[in-house]
Design a protein around this ligand. Structure first.
Ligand code: SF4
Length: 313
């Protein structure tokens, strides 16, 4: 849960998960949709799917017990090098070195590494590994993370109260605030598309499930065209619409930002008389809460409801 997300955001979700599924076997037995629903708002849904997959493997292949070895943990879905090392060191007291952004920053400063991130990552990891003690590797990692989060902060590190000041090369050369350096980021591209708000004669709205693989995999969506870069991508994409009808564009644009791109969607409204089940899920106007809608889809729903209500008045 904590990947790419702050602890403050995660807290209520974490508590809710533990209340609903108190151990890994309960989580494994839960329907995936319930897990995705409880994840709503945390973003990066692949993590929820992997968490569920991982729980199933641990329940089925490991009798509900996590393996204690870093290399075994690495084979589980959703567990990469950082998480495997963090679980091995922090949960099981093994000698392993998880390296997060905080530890990278502390290492870069402690050793006055001027090579910019992300190129310097392997070097920073090596340094963090070199200093890892044989005993209490989990405490070492957490202590560094806490120093990074509270003292050796990205802007204005509070070196005066830092327990590492005597060892710190960056302080010695007066470079603490300038490190770590970063390569200039490429600006995020903008993709555009059309979302189709299709209303049937029962005032139900068409939703459907996204393909399992890819962005927002398996989540429920308001149908939309492909999301593409380029100017013409904003044009209404009739050929990708769920049916042929007179689509009417609502004013305004729905904007959302993903990790790798910005998204701008025009919402178009169409009407139809069918309630054909093969098209997807027909959702009553007050039933959206029952589905695991990712944030971008909730924005589309809010936008469409705001304007379609105005239309009918
Ligand atoms: S002395 Fe300053 S720069 Fe060095 S590790 Fe501590 S807080 Fe960071």
């Amino acid at each position: 849960m904590l990947q790419q997300t702050t602890a403050a955001t995660v807290k209520p979700y974490f508590v809710n998960f533990l209340v609903r599924w108190s151990d890994v076997k309960d989580l494994a037995a839960a329907p995936l949709d319930d897990v995705l629903h409880a994840w709503q708002g945390l973003g990066y849904y692949a993590r929820a799917r992997n968490l569920h997959k991982c729980a199933n493997i641990i329940a089925a292949d490991y009798e509900g017990d996590f393996s204690k070895s870093e290399s075994d943990l690495l084979t589980l879905p959703g567990i990469g090098p950082y998480t495997a090392a963090a679980i091995a060191a922090i949960a099981f007291g093994q000698k392993a070195t998880p390296v997060d952004g905080n530890i990278e920053r502390v290492m870069a400063r402690l050793n006055a590494i001027s090579e910019p991130l992300p190129k310097s990552k392997p070097k920073l990891k090596k340094l963090a590994v070199r200093f890892t003690p044989d005993e209490r590797a989990g405490d070492y990692a957490q202590a560094l993370m806490d120093i990074g989060a509270t003292i050796c902060t990205p802007k204005s590190p509070n070196c005066n109260i830092c327990p590492l000041i005597e060892l710190c090369r960056a302080v010695a050369v007066g470079q603490a605030e300038n490190l770590p350096r970063r390569e200039a980021k490429k600006p995020k591209p903008t993709r555009r598309g059309t979302a189709f708000w299709l209303v049937n004669s029962q005032s139900e709205i068409l939703l459907r499930r996204r393909p399992e693989n890819g962005l927002l995999g398996g989540m429920i969506e308001v149908p939309s065209s492909s999301w593409l870069e380029g100017e013409s991508a904003g044009a209404i994409a009739n050929e990708e619409a769920p049916i042929l009808t007179d689509w009417e564009a609502l004013p305004g644009i729905v904007r959302h930002t993903f990790t790798h791109f910005h998204l701008e969607l025009v919402v178009v409204v169409g009407r139809c008389s069918t309630q054909e089940k093969t098209m997807g899920i027909w959702c009553g106007a007050t039933e959206f809460d029952q589905y695991a809608l990712p944030t971008v889809m909730k924005k589309i729903v809010a936008h469409a409801q705001k304007y379609t209500k105005k239309h009918t008045h």
